[in-house]
Design a protein. Structure first.
Length: 591
């Protein structure tokens, strides 16, 4: 056991001497309270230690003990429905130990050592196994079957395995390695958070992650295994967008990382998620969710670890063959933690004081996303989708964290404060957002929703771009200078914005929209535009066409129950046709 002595304390940074035999990224215990820390820099026998707890009271000469292992997470049954801090301490358990205010040095294992799980083996004596092979199944809850896998780096022959009831640390079997050594198998495995878990093959993402958010699914879709960022200023709805993605995305597991955000926002998540019903299963949404809570009033150093803790847990479920979404809110707070530690280490600062390695650290996080073939003889497939919120100061997306993120991710959902002030939510600006997966995913949408999908979504984007150009003309010379056709284009674009893209996260029928209902909504808008232009070309008055009563019906269609949407769609189309026919008849009589 390596012991050193503290030389210097600077906030979360501790310098200790006598640590020559320690390794980089080893976990250490600091001071008499045995605070958790991690070695982040070595100079001779001096180690720079990032302490994940409040360092008040530490002094020169206090003992530092090296544990000899890197910062790792425990992986096994019991992760789901749990709430952890940035270094995977269970907050509910810590509350039982020390009350609402977590005492320094308090520790509890991430997985309950007393809870009994029923393990059902899928192997027999003498079976050959390789890394990633499934040893058996534990029913983690009513929604998720937890697949117990042989840890990476192992292979051999099963010499003992039995179904039964076990705690996570009980021996469930034994495997004989090629070297002749026999090791015990348990329901738990540990993995260093800064090292990505291995896989057999990474594939190109080809299936969309359906979110039920119309502006995302129709205009800027994300693929399962893809990467996205949501930058936006204060008050533009980043957190609500992230909550919507966590609630409604068609993934098996959600890992939500609250990294440095305000405590009341994280409280909303903790209170809201257990009461939400998963639309796929009818069970509580928490049954497929892991929450990592590291709010702005918690130790700044733990923010840096929380991102890695969350994505390592996500990789573990991905390796079982599940589709997983990691939602980090926000990577700006994580980058600020990097900046603070870099400053205390007296490293050469980069732009705006961020460390020069900011981009590479962001890339290490996002590159762990992907659509993969898992290890194991059954060649199961899993996906990990990474979505990070960015909080640029003053909404300036030219700042370093946003720009570094944009160089890495393939989907950009740019939130706009002007849209938010007009109460248009989600406030995703359709003129500067983009998705590099859009063309690749169009084949899936056309094959699984409708062959009209590609044409309708492209038409939405085009009409919004045309509207932006026409608005410049209107500002200069007024709307009366526009032709009747252009005025109808503006009306149709307004309908796309207000009747299709605008969505109420707090209204039950509008919070989530199925893909076929999204299709019908687009078809209604453009049916009105086509019919209206035909009527105006035949002499109908533009003012009367723009004021059709059925326009209100198009607007209210978003609130129609899904079971009734096809029936209502046909009825609204008929009303539009009848009203325009009446206008055409009246026009003929006047003529």
């Amino acid at each position: 056991m390596i012991e050193g002595k503290i030389l210097k304390v600077s906030g979360p940074l501790v310098i200790a001497e006598g640590m020559r035999e320690a390794d980089m990224f080893d976990v250490v215990r600091v001071g008499k309270n045995r605070l958790i820390g991690e070695i982040i820099e070595m100079h001779g026998d001096r180690a720079s230690i990032e302490v994940y707890e409040e360092t008040a009271g530490l002094g020169r000469g206090d003992v530092v003990v090296d544990t000899g292992v890197p910062l790792s997470v425990e992986l096994g049954p019991g992760l789901l429905s749990n709430i952890y801090d940035g270094i995977q301490r269970p907050l509910e358990k810590l509350k039982e130990i020390s009350g609402s205010n977590i005492a320094r040095g308090v520790y509890a294992p991430a997985l309950d050592r007393e809870k009994i799980w029923h393990f059902e083996t899928e192997l027999n004596f003498g079976d050959r196994v390789q890394e990633g092979d499934i040893l058996g199944i534990v029913k983690e809850n009513d929604v998720i079957d937890h697949k117990i896998m042989l840890p990476p780096g192992l292979e051999g022959t099963i010499v003992d395995i039995h179904s039964g009831d076990y705690t996570v640390t009980d021996r469930i079997g034994k495997v004989k390695l090629p070297s002749g050594d026999i090791i015990d198998l348990t329901l738990i495995q540990r993995w260093p958070v800064r090292i990505s878990r291995p896989y057999a093959e990474k594939m190109s993402p080809s299936v969309p992650m359906i979110t039920g958010q119309r502006v995302i699914d129709a205009l800027f879709p994300i693929a399962k295994g893809g990467t996205a960022c949501v930058p936006g200023p204060f008050g533009s709805g980043k957190t609500v967008v992230q909550h919507q993605l966590a609630k409604w995305s068609d993934v098996d597991i959600v890992v939500y990382i609250g990294c440095g955000e305000r405590g009341n926002e994280m409280t909303d998540v903790l209170l809201e998620f257990p009461e939400l019903t998963d639309p796929k299963t009818g069970k509580s949404l928490m049954e497929r969710t892991v929450l990592i809570a590291n709010t702005s009033d918690m130790p700044v150093a733990a923010r840096e670890a929380s991102i890695y803790t969350g994505i390592t847990i996500a990789e573990y479920y991905r390796d079982m063959g599940y589709s997983v979404a990691v939602i980090a809110d926000s990577t700006s707070r994580w980058a600020e933690a990097l900046r603070e530690m870099s400053g205390r280490l007296e490293e050469m600062p980069g732009e705006e004081g961020y460390p020069a390695y900011l981009t590479s650290r962001l890339a290490q996080f996002y590159e762990r996303a992907g659509n993969i073939v898992c290890l194991g003889s059954d060649e199961r497939k899993g996906s990990l989708t990474a979505i990070g919120a960015v909080s640029p100061q003053g909404g300036d997306i030219s700042e370093p964290v946003t720009q570094a993120t944009l160089r890495i991710v393939k989907v950009f959902w740019g939130l706009d404060s002007s849209l938010a002030y007009r109460r248009h939510f989600p406030a995703i600006n359709w003129l500067n957002s983009y998705s590099l997966y859009r063309e690749k995913l169009e084949d899936w949408f056309c094959g699984n929703v409708s062959r009209e999908w590609r044409e309708l979504t492209a038409r939405c984007i085009k009409i919004l771009q045309v509207e932006d150009n026409l608005q410049e003309v209107v500002k200069l010379v007024g709307i009366d200078a526009l032709s009747a056709e252009d005025r109808l284009t503006l009306e149709a674009a307004r309908s796309v914005r207000e009747d299709f893209l605008q969505q109420n996260a707090f209204e039950e029928t509008d919070s989530f929209t199925q893909l076929d209902k999204q299709l019908l909504m687009m078809k209604l808008v453009f049916y009105y535009e086509d019919m209206a232009k035909a009527a105006v070309s035949n002499g109908a008055d533009i003012e009367e066409v723009s004021a059709l009563p059925s326009r209100e019906e198009i607007s209210r269609f978003k609130s129609v129950e899904y079971d009734r949407c096809r029936e209502e769609y046909a009825a609204i189309k008929l009303r539009i046709k009848n009203e325009l026919d009446m206008l055409a008849g009246a026009s003929d009589e006047r003529n």
